[in-house]
Design a protein around this ligand. Structure first.
Ligand code: 13P
Length: 249
């Protein structure tokens, strides 16, 4: 039985006060029967790390550099994330792929670097609308899985959660139907079984992301291969994130 894993990706949102207020509300009013992560912007990781210390709220970062240290102006390294008590890093988000040109190879380098330093990973994959309309969703997602996990071992897979985020569903209000999402999740699980083993594929947590809201989380989570959610917009307010965290309360 896989646990349910709900993650909030705050993207480039929240001032320090807004962030601390939101964390306080989540901790005071939410319950943590499911695994719950929040990924604030880099600038707030230190403050939020202190705020969540000793609680069940897990701290994530939204990205990291391909390098450990050195002359990389504007970048943030895995060592810096570890130093702040970050548990998990989101890698391969479609906004990193499409706006900042991150290739599967760059994402693979980051995944291996995060593993080297014992960071857990939420590894995002997903097709664009054009790719879906051309019948390429399965191929795109499968290629992203194969290339992103190149050189990643069976035991490393214990540190990896996959998030399927169809790009056309992110921030648009359009959600994949639970059936469509589940069928891609199944394809991902089958591919992981082919690369690794049935044991690894059955343990793998696969989150769905793309306009997850309190009103649709239950039917998504009811699907066999959907084990969690990676939430953007609805993670920015306690009144919408708590009902998602507690979808099965
Ligand atoms: P929305 O929930 O705002 O569609 O964002 C999804 C997402 O990209 C989470 O990483």
């Amino acid at each position: 039985m896989r646990i349910s894993y709900i993650a909030g990706n705050w993207k480039m949102n929240t001032t320090k006060k807004e962030a601390l207020d939101l964390v306080t509300e989540l901790l005071n009013e939410g319950s943590f029967k499911n695994k719950v992560l929040i990924a604030p912007p880099y600038t707030l990781l230190d403050a939020i790390s202190n705020a969540v210390k000793g609680t069940n709220l897990i701290l994530g970062a939204q990205n990291m550099s391909t390098h450990e240290s050195g002359a990389h102006t504007g970048e943030v390294s895995v060592l810096m994330l570890r130093d702040l008590g970050v548990d998990t890093v989101i890698l391969g988000h479609s906004e990193r792929r499409s706006i900042y040109g991150e290739s599967d190879q760059i994402i693979n380098t980051k995944i291996k670097l995060a593993l080297k330093h014992n960071l857990n990973i939420i590894f995002c994959v997903g097709e664009t609308l054009e790719e879906r309309e051309n019948g390429l969703a399965e191929k795109v997602v499968t290629d992203q899985i194969i290339n992103g996990l190149e050189g990643v071992s069976d035991s490393d897979m214990d540190s990896i959660t996959v998030a399927y985020e169809p790009v056309w569903a992110i921030g648009t209000g359009k959600t994949s139907t639970p059936e469509d999402a589940d069928s891609i999740h199944r394809i991902i699980r089958n591919k992981i079984e082919a690369i690794y083993s049935k044991n690894v594929s059955e343990k793998l947590i696969i989150q769905y992301g793309g306009s997850v809201k309190p009103s649709n989380v239950k039917e998504l989570m009811a699907k066999e291969n959907i084990d969690g959610a990676l939430v953007g917009g609805a993670a920015l307010k306690a009144e919408t994130f708590i009902p998602i965290m507690e979808y099965n309360k």
